[in-house]
Design a protein around this ligand. Structure first.
Ligand SMILES: NC(=O)c1ccc[n+]([C@@H]2O[C@H](COP(=O)([O-])OP(=O)(O)OC[C@H]3O[C@@H](n4cnc5c(N)ncnc54)[C@H](OP(=O)(O)O)[C@@H]3O)[C@@H](O)[C@H]2O)c1
Length: 266
């Protein structure tokens, strides 16, 4: 059975729902766009450049690391859809070089915080008032297990930004639950994407080793992955699709780890 067959979607569970997925042209974000559209949702997505074919009803080319970019995305989404029911903040990642804390300049810290924390904070601030008006909505922040299990070789700033994102998501849930809006976060472990493969290449280049050694180094740093592999983007999308659906109507203020058992503690 192929991964596409395994996750074939039947039904129109999200018909009528207006959705924004950030970072929806590659990796987990792209899989989430496909999954939610397949469930009948009307999906907007955003990135700095258009991806391949997408089922999204609206694509906004913008840099969500800037206040202007976030404002552009929020305005375009509301203009086209007239409101918003679901936001999935998938944009994120790390471009930090290897070399530990000393390699992380002020600019790198700022870039990691902008991409992994402030992009979500700004878009939420712009869009949540629409959800409050209608008294309903669902928000998912894509964090990372690095917020529990930070790696120090190149992703200290990323891990700290994701920890802040998870704390922010929890705080937001307390404020928005009484207003009918559910807020949750998802903390993936290693996902098999082009971005994670690029990180392998960067670490190999920094260490002067080959990619297999760098890949094994990540596995070792994580303490191994009990299921023996990274997650597929479709597996992340499946969890998100559940969390934003009415099937998860009592799930709120929670963080779901999806890491193949990587985190070794309870
Ligand atoms: N990959 C993993 O192993 C892993 C593990 C744990 C958590 N996560 C988290 O899961 C989420 C998805 O990660 P991924 O690896 O699947 O992503 P990815 O493949 O790197 O895709 C990133 C997406 O975000 C867009 N993007 C990047 N910078 C942007 C910017 N400044 N403004 C607007 N769009 C931007 C990209 O398009 P453009 O480049 O065209 O802008 C692309 O659509 C992230 O939050 C990541 O931190 C990933």
């Amino acid at each position: 059975m192929t991964i596409q067959q395994k996750f074939a979607i039947d039904g129109n569970e999200l018909t009528g729902k207006r959705v924004l997925v950030t970072g929806g042209t590659r990796g987990a974000g792209e899989a989430i766009v496909h999954r939610l559209a397949a469930a009948g949702a009307t999906v907007a997505t955003t990135a700095r450049s258009a991806g391949a074919t997408s089922p999204s009803a609206l694509f906004v080319e913008a840099d969500v690391c800037t206040l202007e970019g976030a404002a552009e995305v929020a305005a375009a989404t509301i203009d086209r859809f007239g409101g918003i029911d679901i936001i999935v903040h998938s944009v994120g990642g790390s471009k930090s070089p290897g070399g530990g804390f000393a390699a992380l300049s002020d600019q790198i810290w700022q870039d990691e915080l902008n991409l992994n924390l402030l992009a979500a904070v700004r878009l939420d601030r712009l869009l949540i008032p629409r959800m409050v008006e209608q008294g309903s909505g669902a928000i998912v922040h894509i964090s990372s297990i690095q917020r529990h299990l930070p790696l120090h070789e190149s992703t200290t700033a990323y891990a700290a930004a994701k920890a802040a994102l998870s704390a922010y998501s929890k705080a937001l849930s307390k404020e928005l639950g009484p207003k009918g809006i559910r807020v949750n976060s998802v903390a993936p472990g290693w996902i098999h994407t082009t971005a994670s493969e690029a990180m392998v290449r960067r670490l190999a280049a920094h260490a002067g080793s080959d990619e297999e050694t760098a890949r094994q180094g990540i596995m070792n740093a994580l303490g191994g992955i009990p299921i023996g592999r990274p997650a597929w983007p479709q597996e992340i999308a499946e969890l998100v699709a559940f969390l934003v659906s009415d099937r998860a109507s009592a799930i709120h203020g929670a963080e779901y780890v999806i890491d193949g058992g990587t985190i070794p503690t309870v």
